[in-house]
Design a protein around this ligand. Structure first.
Ligand code: SF4
Length: 256
């Protein structure tokens, strides 16, 4: 399991590294192209610019190496906070672009992005009161034969065992954490605006997790991919242990 997680992160990390190397090659090419003209303005200008580029490249290389260490070992190697911002804000669309060139499926990059995001957040070791944490679930977790309305009031769930909603309700009660069930991104955003959590444990498919993680930033979001034994959006399941592990990691002890 641990090994799978590392492989999962590896795709996004290598794509990021490759994108940054590509950026360095392009910028160096540009420099060679424009440096003769700069020389005409001032003889020292190309040298100043080259020195600035070298410093910039050094920062990129060291920074990328530290992000690799942070993500693989889930420990804060100085820059976890900065890495979370950089990777969530900028690297995903760049990696999707580079992935297209190599025909890597978007879903694989998305799943890898979610893994990297989780490991960077874990490296920060966030701790919150249970009232600041929200478990956000997709409606497709509910068994389709269940007649109970749970989107507005999840507490209506009878915990009959047919789907994971009952198990998650019990877990939420144990940890004294709020749960919310959203039928789509708009409702999810409204719930977040109302409840104002500081950390979200979200269950969804990779597409919703990627957009959700980016939309709610700077709120930290642990993404847990749902399991889809009957295909997408119907009777989905979730690995309960992953939710429990996330709660154990983020909630301040004695605040359950
Ligand atoms: S666990 Fe709750 S939501 Fe799921 S089928 Fe039973 S009553 Fe419905």
């Amino acid at each position: 399991m641990k090994n799978n997680k590392v492989i999962g992160k590896a795709l996004f990390l290598w794509l990021s590294a490759f994108s940054l190397i590509g950026l360095m090659v392009i910028v160096t090419g540009l420099w060679y192209f424009i440096s003769p003209r700069l020389h005409e303005y001032n003889v020292a200008l190309p040298l100043v610019l080259l020195s600035a580029l070298r410093i910039f490249f050094l920062i990129l290389v060291v920074g990328t190496f530290l992000v690799f260490l942070t993500s693989v070992f889930e420990k804060n190697f100085l820059i976890a906070n900065f890495a979370v911002k950089l990777f969530i804000r900028f690297m995903y669309p760049i990696c999707i672009f580079v992935g297209k060139i190599f025909r890597i499926p978007k879903a694989k990059i998305g799943e890898s992005f979610v893994s990297v995001n989780d490991s960077l957040i874990k490296a920060l070791k966030p701790k919150y009161k249970s009232s600041d944490v929200l478990i956000l679930l997709p409606h497709c977790l509910q068994d389709t034969s269940c007649p109970i309305r749970i989107t507005v009031t999840p507490e209506n769930c009878k915990r009959c065992g047919k789907c994971n909603i009952g198990d998650i309700s019990k877990l939420a009660e144990e940890f004294n954490v709020d749960i919310a069930i959203a039928t789509g991104g708009t409702l999810a955003r409204r719930i977040i605006l109302e409840k104002k959590p500081k950390l979200i444990i979200a269950v969804a498919c990779y597409r919703d997790l990627v957009s959700g993680i980016q939309d709610v930033f700077p709120i930290k979001t642990f993404g847990i991919l749902n399991i889809r034994p009957q295909g997408p959006c119907i009777n989905t399941r979730v690995d309960m242990q992953r939710i429990r592990d996330a709660l154990d990691k983020v909630i301040i002890k004695n605040d359950k």
